[in-house]
Every structure is written in C-alpha cells, then in structure tokens.
Design a protein around this ligand. Sequence first.
Ligand code: F6P
Length: 255
Amino acid sequence: DMMREVLGLKELERKIKKKLPVEDVIVVVGDSDQSPWVKREMGRACVSRIKHSLKGNDIVAVTGGTTLAAVAEMMTPDVKYRDVLFVPARGGLGEDVTNQANTICARMAEKAMGHYRLLHVPDQLSAETYQSIIEEPAIKEVLELIKSSTIVIHGIGDAKTMAERRKTPPEEMTKIEQSKAVAEAFGYYFNQHGEVVHKVNTVGIQLEDVRHVPCVIAVAGGASKAKAIQAYMKQANRCILITDEGAAKQLVRDN
Ligand code: F6P
C-alpha cells in the first residue's frame, strides 16, 4: 500500500471517489491502451476483490470482452469457490468466441475450481423462436440463476468501438451515433449523462436487475475509455470500479 501511495495511485483513487458516485475504486499502474499486460493487472486486482466479497454460495455473472478475458486468466483456485456458480451475464452480443461471456465464464470457473452453467441462445432470432427458446426449461433455469446473481463482473466499452466491433447493422449504427452514445455495457448504450439511448436485445441480466445485485464490479481501463467510464458511472448504483492509471488520469482531467 505504501508503494501504491508513492506511485500516486491512492491519490488518483481519492480524486475519482470525489468525482464519480462509485462505491469503491482500485487503480492499477499503467495504461491498457498502451500496454496489454495492464489488463492482467486489473484482472489480478479484480480477482482479489471478488474473493473479498464471496459469501460462500454466490452466483457470479460475467460479461464478455478482452478485459474480462484477462480477469479469467488471472483467476486462481480457492476453497471459497467450492460452492460458487459462474454464469454468463447475458446472451451473445456479437463477440468472437474467445471474448464471449460463455467462454469467459467457463474459463473463470475452471481456474477457480468452481462450477458453471452456460447460456445456449443464438444471437439473431425471430420473435417467435426467441419466445419459445426462453420457455425451454433448461434455458429458463439458467436465466433464473442469472437473475439471482449475487456478484456481477462486467466490462465497459467506448460506444463507437463496441458498435463497430459487433458489426452493428447500418440503421442501428446511425441511431447510436445520432443519439451521441459514448458508453456501452451489458449491450446497453449510454449518452454522456448516463441515459440509455440504445439496447441490444438479448436474454440474460437486464440493467434494472443489475441495480439490485449486492456486489457489482466494473473492470475497464485505458485513457480511451475515460468518457465511457464516466458516463456509465452516472447511472450505476454502488459499483466498484477497477481501472488503470491511463483511464484514471484522463478521468480526473476531464470535466
Ligand atoms: O461485449 C461484451 C462487453 O463486456 C461489453 O459490454 C463491453 O463494452 C466490452 O465487452 C468491453 O470489451 P473490452 O474489455 O475488450 O474493451
């Protein structure tokens, strides 16, 4: 902790707490936009924070993305995970297999030596197929587990970056741009005031559900995500932010 004080990380954390309505914040050294290993450092910080919050028979829901993939890589086994169940937070959001919530969920659970359940619902479905799929008992059961999550760990992205990465269809893309979306999380797009301006339809946890989860941890870093983090946090409720120096410095600079 002495080292973190000397490095100025503690000071950044104090400044962020003053500026954003976060429950807690952890800043790791570096900028993940510049150095990929910084995501692993955020991952390490996240893993120790999760262990701290575990009660025993928790349900841990995770989203996709490269940052969450790094969290999974840094996961270590612990007896505390014996009765923990990992689930993906939401269905497919157009990510490549390695960065999908299902993949990350399975990887994290294996590394933790916990259990997991996956959500097998395709991305693009007609309304009728969708309705009948979510009524399938096996799917319904997983959806109920997801809705009763006690810990949610999620990424935050820059709206434009995410819309492009997901190969969003042109009309939706226009809507996202015209509504001045700056942040994305859980498939929801937010403007700079933290208002939802667009949403990807998929099963799983919805934003209203997230507000009732006892422990929510957002992991996002890199100077390029500062605006997104700031916007997202405006609507978040008791969220623990794990970020890096790159994003933190930009955040305390912006107004
Ligand atoms: O697509 C899943 C997701 O968690 C998004 O909600 C988020 O914006 C993004 O991944 C973050 O991805 P990355 O960590 O690669 O920046």
